[in-house]
Design a binder for this molecule. Structure first.
Ligand SMILES: Nc1ncnc2c1ncn2[C@@H]1O[C@H](COP(=O)(O)OP(=O)(O)OP(=O)(O)O)[C@@H](O)[C@H]1O
Length: 621
């Protein structure tokens, strides 16, 4: 996406953000209108602020006090002290009213902004969760997290700390210019003479600030991404002793980010000083000409006082515009980062007219399915097969052959580039994603558990699962006994990703989670790889029960677990080279048979006895 290059082009950026978030903004319209009214009231009070002083100068001090000279009928008969007291009190009243109005607009705007941003954050989070795996495999999780947290927070904050004051001050500036022109056109023209200078300098500086701000945001995203990646893989980092290398690369990003932050600060400070000089020039010019006009009698001293006060106040917006440009530019960059994600359309989504699938029988057909990741092709080539309900299929073959890819197409993590996949006779794209995935259970090699209770981890398999159902599933998965031995039983809260449990225990909880779903189709992606003999036995036993009467696709390098399958597919380089029952494939005496013989023969101690090693695949090919 092309990046805007200047302040001028920040405005379309802001427009895009506003347009994008209009539905959320519209929900808060009442509060926003009230806040704007309070803002108008605040502006009016600011305009009124120097007027009691003007009265005192023009009608009280200079002509000698005379109530008639005030020209206000209602004050006829008032004592001088009473009138002066009234004027003094009006100063307080104006200030108090202005304060109240400012409070109202700030609080109103803050509440509205918080609600709007909470809504957008929810939408962003839910969108990210629904984006296809093709997006997530490329995206960096740390960067996505900063978009949901930091970027949204920056947008919210800028509404209150920059956009609102900017709006107030712009209203004030316009109001004051109008009053100045009404009071004296010549003096007003002198005062606005510096405006073009100001506009020019602001635009130039803002472009620079914006460029630095964008660079810094990008760098912060990259830093968060590499930190998140390293923390998530801390075991590997420590085992390989990568700490120093990762620290050095993080430190260099960190240093550059700080330098950019300092550069932006320097630019902002320079701009603020320039504005102050411009304000001083305008004030002295107005004073110089204003005193002459006062002496000639064409403006009153009170008018001059109003002018000077307005100049000071009216140019404050300018100073603030300078100060807030950077913040607004940063927020615009944040807003664009949020919108970029929201605008990403999930590659895999519900097609128009998609229907909720009825409970599946479990009949699966792959019809000339081909697939490639991105530009790559040939990951799966023209695959066709049919599985009857309740059948158990094993997918075996060398690493990278396309086994996991094949099952991920069944879950619609990706769509085939050619051909179709049917369940119970219908193309799976005709079903809604939720109703399709709800009827498939999956157990992976590394089952991911969440940092919540064991009970919740199992219940994630089925919304609204009862405690009884959870226990039945845990028993089926051979998990009940070890769960009861945990400190709080089913209520024991696990650490992140369930790291405090052994691999076999994690697998059994994952099997319980799959079991509670009672899905007619089950995918097992190397569920016993890496387990010791005892864990393997417990997990295999649980899997046996889990897959009773279910259509099952088992991916395994352990040919003994594949042996019992109704049919075995030997997959290599995206094609099914052999298929049939174990005995048929053994009779065929080709790749599968050779692999099986190799696995059954005694192996060197260094190699696993339960699964085929990469070197074995090399031997048979
Ligand atoms: N997300 C991805 N993006 C790009 N290429 C991928 C992606 N996932 C897998 N691949 C590639 O697709 C090919 C098939 O991978 P796949 O994981 O399906 O093989 P596999 O048979 O399951 O291997 P293993 O037995 O090691 O799990 C491999 O060449 C792999 O590099």
């Amino acid at each position: 996406m092309p990046r805007p290059k200047s302040l001028k082009s920040t405005i379309p950026g802001i427009g895009r953000i506003l347009r994008h978030f209009m539905p959320q903004i519209a929900k808060e319209k009442h509060l926003l209108v009230l806040s704007l009214l309070a803002l108008v009231a605040e502006t009016a009070m600011r305009l009124l602020e120097p007027w009691p002083l003007k009265f005192i100068f023009d009608r009280v001090i200079l002509p000698g006090f005379n109530v008639h000279s005030l020209g206000i009928e209602a004050l006829e008969g008032w004592s001088p002290t009473a009138v002066l007291t009234l004027l003094a009190l009006s100063l307080v009243a104006i200030s108090a009213l202005r304060g109240a109005a400012a409070y109202g607009s700030t609080v109103g705007m803050a509440v509205a902004a918080t609600r709007i941003m909470a809504d957008i954050r929810g939408r962003l989070y839910s969108h990210i969760q629904r984006l296809s795996l093709s997006f997530h495999t490329k995206a960096k999780s740390g960067d996505l997290i900063t978009r949901v947290t930091y970027d949204i927070e920056r947008l919210r904050e800028v509404t209150v700390v920059a956009a609102l004051p900017l709006l107030t001050n712009t209203f004030t500036l316009v109001g004051m210019l109008v009053v100045m022109f009404v009071l004296n056109v010549e003096l007003a023209l002198i005062a606005v003479m510096v405006l073009p200078l100001f506009a020019l300098s602001t635009m130039k500086m803002s472009t620079k600030i914006q460029t630095v701000a964008r660079r810094q945001r990008k760098r912060e995203g990259a830093m968060a991404a590499s930190a998140a990646e390293a923390i998530a893989a801390i075991k590997v980092v420590q085992a390989l002793g990568l700490q120093d290398m990762l620290e050095n690369s993080f430190a260099s990003h960190n240093k550059k980010s700080l330098e950019e932050s300092a550069e932006a600060q320097k630019l902002r400070a320079g701009q603020e000083r320039l504005v102050e000089v411009l304000v001083a020039i305008a004030t002295s010019l107005v004073l110089w000409r204003g005193v002459q006009l006062t002496l000639q009698g064409s403006v009153t001293p009170g008018d001059l006082l109003v002018f000077i006060t307005y100049l000071k106040v009216a140019f404050k917006p300018m100073r603030q515009l300078a100060k807030y440009t950077g913040q607004i530019a940063k927020a615009t960059a944040s807003g664009e980062r949020v919108i970029d994600i929201l605008d990403t359309v999930p590659e895999v989504r519900n097609l128009r007219g998609a229907m909720d699938a009825l409970p599946f029988q479990g009949d699966i057909q792959f019809d000339r399915v081909s697939f490639g990741y991105g530009e790559e092709s040939g990951i799966l080539n023209n695959i066709s097969f049919a599985i009857k309900p309740g059948q158990r299929i094993a997918l075996v073959g060398p690493s990278g052959g396309g086994k996991s890819t094949l099952v991920s197409l069944l879950m619609r993590f990706y769509d085939p580039t050619a051909g179709s996949i049917r369940i119970d006779g219908n193309d799976i794209r005709a079903y809604t994603l939720d109703s399709l995935r709800n009827q498939i259970s999956i157990v992976l090699q590394e089952s991911v558990l969440f940092a919540t209770s064991v009970r919740d981890n199992i219940a994630y398999g089925l919304a609204g699962a009862t405690d009884e159902a959870i226990e039945v599933a845990a028993r089926l998965a051979n998990a009940h006994d070890f769960i009861m031995a945990l400190p709080q039983g089913y209520d024991t809260v696990l650490s992140e990703r369930g790291n405090t449990l052994s691999g076999g225990q994690r697998q059994r909880i994952a099997i319980a989670r799959a079991a509670i779903r009672n899905a007619p189709i089950i995918i097992l992606d190397e569920p016993t790889t890496g387990l010791d003999n005892e864990s393997d036995r417990l997990v295999s036993d649980a899997l046996e029960r889990l897959t009773q009467n279910k259509t099952t696709l088992l991916i395994s390098h352990d040919l003994r677990s594949a042996e019992t399958a109704d049919e075995i597919f030997y997959l290599e380089q995206g094609s099914i080279l052999e298929r049939g029952s174990h005995s048929a494939l053994m009779q065929r005496n080709d790749k599968y048979a050779r692999l099986y013989s190799l696995q059954s023969s005694p192996q060197p101690a260094s190699e696993s006895s339960s699964s085929v090693s990469p070197s074995a695949y090399a031997l048979i090919s």
